[in-house]
Design a protein around this ligand. Structure first.
Ligand code: ARG
Length: 458
């Protein structure tokens, strides 16, 4: 008979048990479940709800079960549904009546809400560390490449020259916001649900503050219905993880292109690429592509949980058991991808000459001529128009902008003088972009100095 068997005449059929079980995946919560149960038992004893001896037996029994699970020597029983029941049943089997007292003043509803918060708190620490690790690699590349010039794109069309360090620091910024989103989310859910019971609290004289301190939460959830009914913290986490994946996916897209034969700007280390089963010459940036692919998967996890939670009446509903697989999947995916990404980035070889060559088309410096005209009192709109006409002339004449004579230039841009003929070098172009946050190597060095001051880099 199941634990709730008192009012039932028939046990669940095999298929019902199969549909209802979650232990096949929620067993990963065991350490957090046991930690929560020990704190709960200590509190029950302190409050005189169970004896000190009961609490001692419970703690000892639970630690024994934990070592067994740690060692892979525990057999989970799917007929007991979930991790909570598996542990409690075994405890009672092992220590008898003391074990049967553990669930006083507790429901699986406040228990699972507590376990998942404890678990996610730890996982978020790991993911935050991995994000920092990736940022550190990006900053390293930025330091080596403050003067490495490549084309910057908009619409995947050559736009203006940039330096590679600037690009790497753009992602450093994005991952920094990702890190702070994780921290934020962690702060918001770091409150204790336990003691909320099934939905309405307990008639027993519990001390939630005590459990809160034992489990190192910031405080107790103020409302027992909220505490047992919501999964917004998981949704927030999944959306933060989706944003991390979106950033990684965009970067991957660039790396795939940079490593194409058309660009030939970088080569990722052999250990991070794969070959073709057919074409002997191939070296493919599969980890970048898989990162893009897995992004869709994490978005799916977010959509799954949003859809599960939509329209659920307050408070707990069994639908919510379906929260775990998407959350676990997203956490595992992001940890894996970040763990591969940082060393993959570190393995990147840069072909500066190819990058420079691609950025050397003087068309990328057309804006510089327009801005030179602005400095010489031509209104920007007219300047833009005149340089546009010059570009059009070059196209028809089959010339590059740096091949026109001053006279040809003046036909379109009457204000032009010799100075304008020196605007076509990408290195002078980037050097001129000295506005705060611009791509001038000096500005990039200022950004690097900022990052070098941050605790996670120091
Ligand atoms: N395994 C359940 C879940 O993950 C635990 C809570 C079960 N509560 C209940 N009333 N059946 O949601």
């Amino acid at each position: 008979m199941a634990m709730w068997g008192g009012r039932f005449d028939a046990a669940p059929t095999e298929l019902v048990a199969k549909m209802g079980e979650s232990v096949s995946y929620d067993h990963r919560l065991y350490a957090h479940d046991i930690r929560g149960s020990i704190a709960h038992a200590k509190m029950l004893a302190k409050q005189g709800i169970i004896t000190a001896d009961d609490a001692h037996q419970i703690e000892h029994g639970l630690l024994g079960i934990k070592s067994q699970i740690d060692a892979g020597a525990f057999t989970f029983d799917e007929r007991l549904e979930d991790i909570h029941m598996n542990i409690e049943a075994r405890l009672t089997e092992n220590i008898g009546s003391a074990g049967a007292k553990l669930h006083s003043a507790r429901s699986r509803n406040d228990q699972i809400a507590t376990d998942s918060r404890l678990y996610l708190r730890d996982e978020l620490d790991t993911i935050k560390r991995l994000v920092r690790g990736l940022q550190i690699e990006l900053i390293k590349i930025a330091r080596e490449h403050t003067d490495t010039i490549l084309p910057g794109f908009t619409h995947l069309q050559h736009a203006q020259p940039i330096v590679l360090g600037h690009y790497m620091l753009a992602y450093t910024e994005m991952f920094d916001r990702d890190h702070s989103r994780l921290e934020d989310c962690q702060k918001r859910f770091n409150y204790l649900p336990l003691g909320s019971g099934a939905l309405a609290g307990s008639t027993l004289p519990i001390d939630r503050e005590f459990v809160c301190k034992e489990l190192e939460f910031l405080g107790c959830c103020r409302n027992s219905m909220d505490a047992t009914a919501d999964r917004d913290y998981m949704i927030e986490l999944l959306s933060s993880l989706s944003i991390i994946m979106m950033h990684l996916s965009r970067m991957s897209e660039d790396l795939v292109f940079w490593m194409s034969q058309e660009a030939g700007w970088i080569e990722l280390g052999d250990a991070f690429c794969t070959g073709s089963s057919l074409m002997p010459q191939k070296k493919n940036p599969d980890m970048c592509e898989l990162t893009r692919g897995k992004t869709g998967r994490v978005y799916g996890d977010l959509m799954a949980l949003l859809s599960i939670m939509k329209s659920l009446p307050l408070c707990y509903n069994r639908d919510m058991q379906e929260d775990k697989e998407p959350v676990f999947d997203a956490v595992d995916t992001v940890k894996l991808v970040l763990s591969v990404y940082a060393p993959m980035i570190a393995s990147m070889k840069v072909n500066k000459d190819r990058m420079y060559e691609a950025a050397s088309d003087p068309a990328l410096m057309a804006t510089d001529l327009a801005e030179w005209l602005v400095k010489n009192n031509v209104p920007f709109r007219s300047a833009h128009h005149r340089v546009g006409a010059l570009v059009g002339y070059c196209k028809k004449a089959g010339k590059r902008l740096d091949e026109v004579t001053l006279e040809e230039m003046q036909a379109c841009v009457p204000e032009a003088n010799e100075e304008c003929l020196a605007l076509w070098k990408p290195e002078s172009s980037v050097a001129l972009r000295e506005s705060f946050g611009g791509t001038a190597p000096n500005q990039v060095r200022t950004q690097i100095a900022y990052w070098m001051e941050q605790d996670f880099v120091k």
